[in-house]
Write a protein that binds this ligand. Structure first.
Ligand code: KG4
Ligand code: ZN
Length: 365
């Protein structure tokens, strides 16, 4: 089965063709980073307009790379992320998906983009061209990270953690289509915290990858930032306290006495590494609590922040400690992409869960 996926929830315009839910034939992602960088964050109206301008080209390119010349004959369905996200952005992708589905007389499939982030652990990297059954190569040097052979699916139930610019959410996962949220952030999402700390350090936007890089040359034990874990048994997250602690450390009391230009590069790297370690410790502690409270045979992570080196390593160590297999998406499928949308849609199509042309977009779920 071949499914075209469309993803326009935030600042990436993406289209992909995936075979049978796992084999990525094409995944085209147009990032809008350059458009938003000068504003220091995503401007929703600018993002929606950019999706409108580029989506048809991106879909054409995804079909071309997948050698789809007659979509009405070759495709089985059109899938779109219709929630959650920026409403103007969701509208562009959803309207386009409806038009394609109508024009080609194909079923339309609605996908929750946060659930799709967890599904991305199953995607086969089209560039790697591995043989079935062959283990995925380690992506983090000198770490115990081991991804699983392509043919392996997680044993359920599992604990899933989605970490992105908009979410830090824990799930008890019975299947990729049946999951219950058991924890979420009470304030900033973890990706937001990375982006804000990068802004405090005057690194630029988006901050996650920049912090990750800078932290490589920093000492994670240089500064002891407070861990906010909420009540003893809470599975919710709070990152605003950590962000404020970084602000006060860098800018002085009340956050206004000086700024990051007063720090040397090494001092900035120490702040980045110490912040990153604290965030990783907080995430791992919630995973540990969830695995202790709910039956779990595996740990799954997904979302843009799951590209973070320290977090990938910390979660893998937790898996080893708890003797649970850890499923981590290939790097390129951590941040927003349409392959995960087309991938998860396969199971929805097989179980007849299709949408009609009245499909709505939902900003928050
Ligand atoms: O999943 P995603 O692409 O979009 C949302 O659904 O929000 O996640 C984007 C977030 C941004 O906050 C970005 O800074 C963060 O993921 N991110 C990272 C890394 N790469 C992307 N955060 C930490 N380390 C990274 N390597
Ligand atoms: Zn996302």
């Amino acid at each position: 089965m071949l499914i075209l996926g469309i993803e326009t929830t935030c600042d990436e315009t993406s289209a992909a063709v995936v075979r049978d839910g796992r084999e990525v034939l094409s995944n085209v992602v147009a990032s809008q980073i350059d458009l938003h960088a000068k504003f220091g964050g995503v401007v929703p109206e600018v993002a929606a307009r950019a999706h409108l301008e580029s989506l048809n080209l991106i879909v054409d390119e995804a079909l071309r790379r997948a050698h789809i010349t007659r979509p009405a004959h070759q495709l089985d369905a059109v899938a779109v992320a219709n929630c959650p996200g920026l409403i103007g952005c969701l509208l562009v992708g959803t309207a386009a998906a409806k038009a394609f589905a109508f024009a080609w007389s194909k079923p339309l499939i609605a996908v929750n983009h946060v659930q799709a982030h967890l599904y991305s652990v199953l995607l086969q990297d089209e560039s790697a061209n591995r043989r079935a059954g062959e283990p995925v190569k380690n992506e983090v040097a000198d770490s115990p990270i081991r991804r699983f052979a392509d043919s392996v699916s997680p044993p359920f139930p599992a604990i899933g953690l989605v970490m992105s610019g908009g979410h830090s959410s824990l799930y008890h996962v019975h299947s990729f289509h049946n999951l219950r949220r058991i924890g979420q952030t009470q304030d900033d999402a973890v990706g937001e915290a990375f982006d804000k700390v990068a802004a405090i350090l005057q690194l630029g936007y988006p901050g996650g990858p920049l912090i990750d890089k800078l932290a490589e040359s920093g000492n994670p034990l240089a500064i002891k930032f407070p861990m906010s874990l909420l009540e003893k048994d809470s599975l919710n997250f709070s990152f605003s306290g950590l962000k404020t602690a970084v602000l006060y450390h860098v800018n002085g009391k009340q956050g206004r006495q000086r700024d990051a230009s007063a720090l040397s590069l090494q001092q900035k790297a120490d702040v980045a590494a110490s912040f990153q370690k604290t965030a990783a410790d907080m995430l791992v502690e919630k995973l540990r609590r969830a695995a202790a409270r709910y039956p779990a045979h595996a740990l799954l992570i997904g979302g843009g922040v799951s590209a973070n080196t320290a977090i990938r390593t910390a979660v893998t160590r937790l898996g080893a400690e708890l003797t649970l297999p850890v499923f981590i998406p290939p790097m390129r499928y951590c941040t927003d992409n349409a392959a995960m949308i087309a991938g998860i849609a396969h199971g929805l199509l097989r179980s007849g869960q299709t949408a009609d042309l009245n499909l709505e977009t939902i900003a928050t779920v």
